[in-house]
Ligand binder design. Structure first.
Ligand code: CP
Length: 316
C-alpha cells in the first residue's frame, strides 16, 4: 500500500479487517517492521480520537510520533505552483511536504472540506498536492471527502457485533446546528458498499450523498421506513452535496431517539463521535447497551495500527 486516503488503496477489505482483528488481539506483537520508525501527524483541523488513537497505534508498534497543529503552529502554506509569494503565505507546500518527509517514515494529514468550493473539495486539492510533494507514504486523518481510518474501525466494529452474515446497516442523516462535511458518510458508504451487507442510506430530500460514494446503496427519504428491521443504525449529520454546504438544523424529527430505535431489529447504534447529545441522538440511546460508540473509538487504534503496518510493508 503506497498511501491510505480511500478504500481504493486497499487490495482486500476482508484481509484488512482480518488483520485489524489480529492486531487487536495482540497489539504489541507486530513491531518487526515498524520499531523505531517515525510517524508525523499534521492537523489542519481539530481532533480528539484521530490524534490520540494514531499516537497510541504508533506506540503499540514501537514507533516515534511527532504531532503538529499546522493551522496554529506552522507557516501559512502556499498551494499554487508558480505563485509570487509576496503576500501572507510564507512557505510553499513543495518544500513543506518534502522537508517533513525527511523526518518521518509515514505522514498523517487531517484537512477538512472548505464546504465553499465543491470542485476543490471533491478533487482533494490540498491532500493531492501534499501527496505529490511528499516522499513517504501519506495517511488521511480525514480529508475533504473521506475518513478511511474511521471506516475501517466501523467495519471492524460491525464484524464484531453482527448476529447474522448479512446485517441490515442503515446510515441515517441526523440534524446538527452547523454545516458539516460529507467525509464520514461518504467514506462509510464507500466501505459498506464493498461488503455484502444490506445497506440503506436515509436522508432528507436534497441531502443525497455523491453518487461516487453512495454507489448502489438504496436511498430512502423516509427515516422511519429506512430504520425498519435495521441491525445497525449509523447516525451522522452531513451538509448538502447538491446545494453545497447547506444545512438543515430545523429537521429535528430526524434525531435518533428510543422511539426510532424501536422500529429496528434491536439495532446497535453507531456514530463516529464527537456527537451532539439530544440533537443527533438522544441521551437514552447513546447511554443504552445498544450504543457502540466507545467501541468504535477503541477500534480506531487498531485501524490506525493496521494501516501503519500495511504502509510499512507488513505482509500477511
Ligand atoms: N471520529 C473522529 O475522527 O474523531 P476526531 O475528530 O475527534 O478525531
Amino acid at each position: 500500500m503506497k498511501n491510505f486516503i480511500s478504500l481504493n488503496n486497499v487490495d482486500s477489505l476482508d484481509a484488512l479487517v482480518q488483520l485489524a482483528a489480529e492486531v487487536k488481539k495482540n497489539p504489541f506483537g507486530f513491531k518487526k517492521h515498524t520499531e523505531n520508525k517515525t510517524l508525523g501527524l499534521l492537523f489542519f483541523n481539530p481532533s480528539l480520537r484521530t490524534r490520540l488513537s494514531s499516537q497510541k497505534a504508533a506506540f503499540n508498534l514501537g514507533m516515534q510520533v511527532m504531532v503538529m497543529n499546522v493551522d496554529k503552529d506552522g507557516w501559512v502554506l502556499e498551494m499554487e505552483d508558480g505563485a509570487v509569494m509576496n503576500q501572507g503565505k510564507q512557505e510553499h507546500i513543495k518544500e513543506a511536504a518534502a522537508v517533513i518527509s525527511q523526518y518521518c517514515d509515514v505522514i498523517g494529514v487531517r484537512t477538512f472540506a472548505s464546504l465553499t468550493n465543491k470542485e476543490d473539495d471533491y478533487a482533494e486539492a490540498f491532500l493531492s498536492k501534499f501527496i505529490k510533494h511528499a516522499l513517504v507514504p501519506v495517511i488521511s486523518l480525514e480529508s475533504a471527502t473521506l475518513h478511511p481510518l474511521q471506516s475501517l474501525a466501523d467495519v471492524l466494529t460491525i464484524e464484531e457485533h453482527k448476529k447474522i452474515a448479512k446485517p441490515k446497516v442503515v446510515l441515517s442523516w441526523a440534524p446538527h446546528p452547523k454545516p458539516l462535511p460529507q467525509a464520514v458518510p461518504n467514506s462509510f458508504a464507500q466501505w459498506i458498499n464493498a461488503t455484502d451487507y444490506d445497506f440503506v442510506i436515509a436522508n432528507p430530500e436534497g441531502f443525497d450523498l455523491s453518487k461516487e460514494f453512495a454507489g448502489s446503496a438504496k436511498v430512502i427519504h423516509n427515516q422511519d421506513e429506512a430504520l425498519k428491521d435495521a441491525d445497525f443504525v449509523y447516525a451522522k449529520n452531513w451538509s448538502s452535496y447538491q446545494n453545497y454546504g447547506k444545512s438543515a438544523p430545523e429537521l429535528t424529527d430526524w434525531t435518533i431517539t428510543s422511539k426510532k430505535m424501536k422500529l429496528t431489529q434491536q439495532a446497535k447504534f453507531m456514530h463516529c463521535l464527537p456527537v451532539r447529545r439530544n440533537v443527533v441522538v438522544s441521551d437514552e440511546v447513546l447511554d443504552s447497551d445498544a450504543s457502540l460508540v466507545i467501541e468504535q473509538a477503541n477500534n480506531r487504534t487498531f485501524s490506525a495500527q493496521t494501516v501503519l503496518l500495511k504502509l510499512l510493508d507488513y505482509e500477511n
